[in-house]
Design a protein around this ligand. Structure first.
Ligand code: HEC
Ligand code: HEC
Length: 157
């Protein structure tokens, strides 16, 4: 079940904000953010180049700037780019690396968080994450209810 979920998690609409580095990624090719920006001390950019100086609480279609409330980068310990489904699974279950969340809170975050929701409404012709957020929320809930098992290392969706 987690392998199925990782088709969403590793999709660029999600992974571009969960990089293993200090720079957000962009587009289906996951290229470094243009203009150049860095995560800064609190994952919100640096003074004068804060994420929210450009990213508003909704997509700006004419300016092509994607947006959702409280736009910022996932902390470094939540990096998914270049990680295996098993690694991401273990990370997501680990309260020391998932923002102190219980499994119930992980289900809720995936089903309702507004930055997650943006993955299916990315604006400006961007390819959305597969399926719908409702389907994804149900999949993550089913994964937790059946024991939150992680795939073997090397297993790919
Ligand atoms: C605009 C940037 C952004 C996008 C896009 C984004 N995330 Fe995140 N994500 C974050 C931030 C910031 C956090 C940490 C906030 C928190 O813990 O509440 C986070 C944390 C998470 C967490 C909880 C911590 C963890 O790693 O286990 C999950 C689950 C998650 N995101 C799923 C997704 C999914 C699924 C998508 C795509 C459909 C997505 N995210 C897209 C920024 C983003
Ligand atoms: C100077 C303005 C500006 C700043 C500051 C900025 N961005 Fe962006 N960002 C943009 C624009 C414009 C795009 C859209 C580029 C395009 O698609 O052509 C974008 C795209 C993105 C994307 C790509 C979405 C996707 O999947 O293709 C992510 C992720 C992102 N920004 C995260 C961030 C984060 C996190 C910060 C703060 C650390 C930040 N941005 C700071 C202007 C900015």
């Amino acid at each position: 079940m987690f392998l199925e979920a990782s088709k969403v998690l590793r999709h660029p609409r999600c992974a571009n904000c969960h990089p293993d580095g200090d720079v957000p990624l962009q587009a289906m090719e996951a290229v470094p953010h243009e203009p150049p920006v860095t995560r800064g001390p609190a994952d919100r950019g640096v003074v004068g180049m804060e994420c929210t100086s450009c990213h508003q609480d909704r997509n700006l279609e004419n300016a092509r700037v994607p947006g959702a409330p409280n736009w910022h980068l996932a902390p470094r310990e939540m990096a998914w780019v270049g990680k295996s489904p098993r690694f991401i699974c273990e990370q997501m279950k680990d309260p020391r690396r998932n923002g102190g969340k219980s499994l119930a809170q992980i289900v809720h975050h995936n089903a309702h968080d507004e930055l997650v929701a943006w993955g299916w409404l990315p604006g400006h012709g961007r390819e959305p994450a597969p399926g719908t957020q409702a389907q994804f929320g149900e999949l993550v809930a089913a994964w937790v209810e059946t024991g939150a098992e992680c795939p073997d290392e090397g297993a790919q969706p």
